[in-house]
Design a binder for this molecule. Structure first.
Ligand code: AMP
Ligand code: ZN
Length: 664
C-alpha cells in the first residue's frame, strides 16, 4: 500500500471507531488501541504534510486560537420556540393548527435538550462551518471549537445531500459536568453552576485545545436545505442519523395530541435517567408541507411548540443553618437539610444566598422548607411551609462574627453579602487565595493541588503564595500522603511557574475584580508591577475599559504594606513581574485609536497572527463592522455582506499587503 492509501485507510478506520464510540455509544476497541492508531496517523501526517486534510480525525485535538469569533449571517434563520406549560396549552395549539391545515396531523416528539444552540453547514460531506444561534439572524463562527467535539462528524457517510445545514444543541452530559466540577473544586475554584452555561461558555473559549478537553456532545434535530428529498421532520431525523449524526433515539413519531401528552408525561417522570439535562419536550408538526402552510410568527414557527417541565420541588426539614467563608472573605449561609431525593440526586444542602434572603422568606432552623431544582446544580429554597412550623421556633439571627476566625463581620455599603475583614489570617481566605494563585489559569503549578495547599497552610509551612517559593523538598516530604516523588514534582512545578508571563501573575495575585481579561489589559498598559503600583485611580480609569470599581480595587490592593511585602518576596524569587523583553520589542502604539475588523483568508500571516499584530501595535480588533470601525483588513473571500456593509459606512478596506506595509 502506498503512503497516501495507508493514511486514508487509517483515517477511515479511526472515523469508524469514533462513530461507534461517540455517536452509537458502543465502542469496539479499547481507548488504548484507539490512541495508538491515532498516534500512528499523526506521525504519518506529520511526515507527509502534502496529504493534509482538515477533516482528518487528527484535527479534533484542537490548538487553533481564536481571539474574536467572526460574525456570520445564517442562511436559514434560527427561530426560538413558543412555550407551553399545560395540557390546555397544547390542546389550544392543536386547535390553532387544525384551523389552518387540512387532514390528519402527525407529530414528532423530541426532547428539549438544555444546552447551546448550534448550526452546522456541510458541503460535499464535510463540515464547512459551525455557527452559534446568536440573535437568530447572525451568530459567531466557532468551527475550530466545534470540530473538537467527537460526536460532530467531520466527514459524513451514506447518501447525503451536496449541501445542507443541520441544527442542534451542544450539551454537556451531567457526568462530565460533575467531573469537571470535581477538578475545579480540587483546584480551589468555584464550581460551575449548571451544564447549560458551561456548555455555551466552553464554545466561546479562545483555545480550541481547551474545548477538546471538555466532554461536550452535539445532538442534532433539524435538517435544512433546498431540494433535500425529505418530506417529514421524522424522516429528516432518520436520514441525519444515517449520515452519521447523533440523533437521540428518544424522538418519536405519534398520530395524535393524546399521544403527545403521553410522551410528555413519560419524560417528565423519566428525565433523570438521561445522560444529559432536558428542560422539556419539543413537539413538531411532522409533515413539512403542513409546516409550510403554518409558517412562522415574528419569532417562532407556528408548527412547533415547546412544553416546559415544571421545576422539580420537594419539601424537607431544614436542620441547621451554617456559614461558609470564601476566598474573598464573603460569607454564604448554607441550609443543611434532611437528605431528600430531588431530580435524581440526594440533596443535603442548599444555598441561602445572604442575610436579606433569609429575612425575606423568614427561614428558620427546624422549618419544613420547599426545595426546588431549577437550571442550577445547587438547589434553591423557595419558601417555608408555615403550617408545619414548630411552636418553639425562633427567628434566625444572622451571625455577627466569622465562624472561622471570630473576627467581627462587616457589610460594605451596597453589598448583599457580609464579609470577614481578617484577610491576613482567616484560614479559608488564606488558603483560598493560594489555591487561586496556583490554579490552572493563573500560575498553573503542576504537582500541587488544592488539598495540599490546605495542608501546607495548616502545618504552618506557608501563609501566603509567595511563601511557596521558599519551600524545600525536605519541608514537604514529612507531610501526610506526600511521597518523595510527589515532593519533587511539587518543587519542580513551583520552580517552573517562574516562567509564567506577567499578565497571568497579575491575575494570580487575586486582586478583587481583576479577572483574566482585565489582568491582560493592565499588564499590557503598565508593563510592570512597579508602574502599576504607582498608578492612581485616575491613571487606571484612563486605560481602555477599566472602570472606577476596578481602579479603586487595584489601588486599594497595592496600598497595603502586607501586599507590597509579598510582591517583593515574589520579585526576589524571580517571578515574572514585568512583561518580557520579547513581548516588549513587538509592541508599539502605531495603531492606537484604530479599530479593525479582519475578514477573509490571508497568505503571509494567519488570521490570528494578524489580529495579534494589530493588538500588539495598540489597535483594537472588533468582530463586526460598525460606525466605530476605522479599517477593514480584507483577505481573500471576504464575505459579500461584510463588504457591502463596509462600503455603505464608507470604511476603508485594506488588503493584506497594504496593511502589512503600512505597519512596517
Ligand atoms: P427557547 O430558547 O426557550 O426559545 O427554546 C428554543 C431553543 O430550544 C432552540 O433555540 C434550541 O436551541 C432548543 N432546543 C432544544 N432541543 C430542541 C429540539 N429538539 N428541537 C428544537 N429546538 C430545541
Ligand atoms: Zn474570618
Amino acid at each position: 500500500m502506498n503512503i497516501k492509501d495507508k493514511i486514508e485507510a487509517l483515517r477511515e478506520e479511526l472515523r469508524q471507531h469514533n462513530y461507534k464510540y461517540y455517536v452509537l455509544d458502543n465502542p469496539t476497541i479499547s481507548d488504548y488501541e484507539f490512541d495508538m492508531k491515532l498516534k500512528e496517523l499523526q506521525e504519518l501526517e506529520a511526515a507527509h504534510p502534502e496529504f493534509f486534510d482538515p477533516s482528518s480525525p487528527t484535527q479534533r485535538v484542537g490548538g487553533e486560537i481564536t481571539k474574536n469569533f467572526a460574525t456570520v449571517v445564517h442562511d436559514y434563520r434560527m427561530y426560538s420556540l413558543d412555550n407551553s406549560y399545560s395540557k390546555e396549552d397544547l390542546l389550544d395549539w392543536e386547535q390553532r393548527i387544525k384551523k389552518i391545515v387540512d387532514g390528519e396531523v402527525q407529530y414528532t416528539c423530541e426532547l428539549k435538550y438544555d444546552g447551546a444552540s448550534i448550526n452546522l453547514t456541510y458541503e460535499n460531506g464535510r463540515l464547512l462551518r459551525a455557527v452559534t444561534r446568536g440573535d437568530g439572524v447572525q451568530g459567531d463562527e466557532i468551527t475550530a471549537n466545534v470540530k473538537t467535539i467527537k460526536s460532530v462528524p467531520l466527514q459524513l457517510k451514506g447518501d447525503y445531500p451536496t449541501r445542507f445545514d443541520i441544527g442542534g444543541e451542544i450539551v454537556l452530559p451531567v457526568k462530565g459536568f460533575l467531573k469537571m466540577n470535581e477538578e475545579r473544586i480540587a483546584q480551589g475554584e468555584e464550581p460551575y453552576r449548571n451544564p447549560r452555561n458551561t456548555a455555551s461558555g466552553s464554545l466561546k473559549l479562545q483555545d480550541s485545545a481547551e474545548v477538546a478537553k471538555r466532554p461536550l456532545e452535539c445532538l442534532l434535530y433539524s435538517v435544512k436545505g433546498r431540494d433535500l428529498d425529505i418530506t417529514t421532520q421524522y424522516d429528516g431525523l432518520l436520514k441525519a442519523r444515517s449520515w452519521g449524526f447523533k440523533v437521540p433515539n428518544e424522538a418519536k413519531l405519534v398520530a395524535s395530541i393524546d399521544e403527545v401528552l403521553d410522551y410528555v408525561a413519560y419524560w417528565e417522570e423519566h428525565r433523570n435517567e438521561l445522560p444529559y439535562e432536558i428542560d422539556g419536550v419539543v413537539v413538531k408538526v411532522n409533515s413539512l408541507y403542513q409546516q409550510e402552510e403554518l409558517g412562522y410568527t415574528a419569532k417562532a414557527p407556528r408548527w412547533a411548540m415547546a412544553y416546559k417541565f415544571k421545576a422539580e420541588r420537594v419539601s424537607t426539614r431544614l436542620e441547621k443553618i451554617t456559614y461558609q467563608v470564601g476566598r474573598t472573605g464573603a460569607i454564604t449561609p448554607v441550609a443543611n437539610l434532611k437528605p431528600v431525593q430531588l431530580a435524581g440526586t440526594v440533596v443535603k444542602r442548599a444555598s441561602l444566598h445572604n442575610a436579606d434572603q433569609i429575612e425575606k422568606l423568614d427561614i428558620r432552623e427546624g422549618d419544613e422548607v420547599f426545595v426546588e431544582k431549577g437550571g442550577d446544580i445547587i438547589p434553591k429554597i423557595m419558601g417555608v411551609d408555615l403550617s408545619l412550623r414548630p411552636a418553639d421556633s425562633e427567628v434566625t439571627r444572622y451571625i455577627e462574627f466569622c465562624p472561622e476566625c471570630g473576627t467581627k463581620l462587616i457589610r460594605p455599603e451596597g453589598e448583599a453579602k457580609h464579609y470577614c475583614p481578617n484577610e491576613k489570617s482567616c484560614p479559608p481566605q488564606v488558603i483560598g487565595r493560594i489555591q487561586h494563585f496556583i490554579s490552572r489559569k493563573a500560575m498553573d503549578i503542576e504537582g500541587l493541588g488544592g488539598e495540599t495547599v490546605a495542608l501546607l497552610v495548616n502545618e504552618g509551612l506557608i501563609s501566603n503564595y509567595a511563601d511557596l517559593y521558599d519551600l524545600k523538598e525536605e519541608d514537604v516530604v514529612p507531610l501526610e500522603r506526600m511521597a518523595e516523588k510527589s515532593a519533587k514534582n511539587l518543587i519542580e512545578g513551583i520552580e517552573a511557574s517562574k516562567k509564567i508571563p506577567f499578565e497571568r501573575v497579575l491575575f494570580a495575585l487575586g486582586i478583587r475584580y481583576v479577572g483574566e481579561t482585565v489582568a491582560k489589559k493592565l499588564a499590557k498598559h503598565f508593563k510592570s508591577v512597579e508602574a502599576l503600583m504607582e498608578a492612581s485611580v485616575e491613571d487606571l480609569v484612563n486605560v481602555d475599559e477599566i472602570g472606577e470599581r476596578i481602579a479603586e480595587s487595584v489601588v486599594d490592593f497595592f496600598s497595603s504594606e502586607a501586599h507590597t511585602a509579598i510582591i517583593n518576596q515574589l520579585k526576589s524569587h524571580g517571578v515574572q513581574l514585568e512583561i518580557s523583553a520579547e513581548q516588549l520589542a513587538n509592541q508599539t502604539d502605531k495603531l492606537k485609536g484604530n479599530t479593525y475588523v479582519v475578514s477573509g483568508v490571508f497568505h503571509s500571516v494567519s488570521r490570528n497572527e494578524l489580529k495579534k499584530l494589530i493588538e500588539n501595535n495598540g489597535g483594537r480588533v472588533a468582530s463586526s463592522i460598525s460606525s466605530k470601525t476605522t479599517f477593514v483588513v480584507a483577505g481573500d473571500n471576504m464575505g459579500p455582506s461584510k463588504r457591502a456593509k463596509a462600503e455603505k459606512l464608507n470604511i476603508p478596506i485594506l488588503d493584506e499587503q497594504t496593511f502589512l506595509a503600512e505597519l512596517k
